[in-house]
Design a binder for this molecule. Structure first.
Ligand code: NAI
Length: 260
């Protein structure tokens, strides 16, 4: 007898920003667990590279060039994804941009709007499109699905010089909880993942800063940067039937940083 709840064979996963960083760490693990994977990202060439690596794992994979801040592009990508895969069982609204680091009193309005458009509008457009599909599918007699919003520790801790970014991440958590309550009747679950300090392109500046190496990473109880692959397990768990009663929760994945 084996415990097979983590087997994702037959499930279709959609990851925004899945061509690199945390999204790629999730996409690779989902494919290794047997899921078919749709990658949404702005950069078509990066999408295709990710698709090539996923195909080598042996699963169906496709990339879609989409700016998640653009409502019509998101809706078109959803239409194309459903045409290609027939369904979506798991979706991660992961695509995001950093907050810039300006003093709050001097924070540029155009940057504020840009951060909101990708990190908040993008999550809203993506999850709205997926919820519409999952709701319609449930009403046709095939309930179920799992959604993830990638938030940040910035949502629950003070993030100096990052107020716009932090606000979007707090909003993602609120949106996820509301989605979870509204869609539970359709068998759809929704959870938020809150990464700590993860070594990706987004944190390249911090990774190169000596002050960061001296003061921040030593405060991480695990004593290291997180890696994209550290997000494979949570993706597989939340996509799988192993998490069938787990909804509306926050998963802090930070090597223990928030509690130290
Ligand atoms: P990354 O910069 O390596 O990857 C971001 C991905 O999102 C890329 O694939 C990029 O092309 C995509 N993307 C960005 N804007 C997009 C748009 N408008 N439309 C479509 N795709 C877009 O960053 P990372 O670190 O992997 O970030 C992933 C998520 O994790 C983000 O939401 C970020 O805010 C969050 N996060 C990251 C942390 C870290 O320490 N790296 C910490 C906390 C949260």
């Amino acid at each position: 007898m084996t415990y097979s709840a983590f087997d994702l064979t037959g499930k279709v996963a959609l990851i925004t920003g899945g061509n690199r960083g945390i999204g790629w760490g999730m996409a690779e693990a989902l494919a290794q667990a047997g899921a078919e994977v749709a990658i949404w990202g702005r950069d078509g060439a990066r999408n295709e590279e990710a698709v090539r690596k996923l195909s080598e794992i042996g699963v169906k994979a496709k990339g879609y060039a989409v700016d998640v801040a653009n409502e019509s592009e998101v809706n078109a990508a959803m239409t194309h994804t459903l045409a290609d895969f027939g369904r979506v069982d798991f979706a991660v609204a992961n695509a995001g941009i950093g907050g810039g680091g300006a003093k709050f009193g001097e924070f540029p309005t155009d940057l504020y709007r840009r951060v909101l458009s990708v990190n908040l509008d993008g999550v809203f457009f993506t999850l709205r499109a997926v919820c519409k599909h999952m709701t319609e599918r449930a009403e046709a007699g095939d309930p179920g699905g799992s959604l993830v919003g990638v938030a940040s520790l910035a949502a629950i801790e003070g993030a100096a010089r990052n107020e716009a970014y932090a606000a979007t991440k707090g909003a993602v958590i609120s949106m996820i909880k509301s989605i979870a309550v509204e869609h539970a009747r359709y068998g759809v679950r929704a959870n938020a993942v809150l990464p700590g300090w993860i070594a990706t392109d987004m944190t390249a500046g911090a990774q190169a800063a000596p002050a960061f190496a001296e003061k921040v990473i030593p405060r991480v109880p695990m004593r290291r940067w997180g890696e994209p692959k550290d997000f494979g397990g949570i993706a597989v768990y939340l996509a799988s039937d192993a998490s069938s009663y787990h909804s509306g929760d926050l998963f802090v994945i930070d090597g223990g940083y928030a509690i130290f």
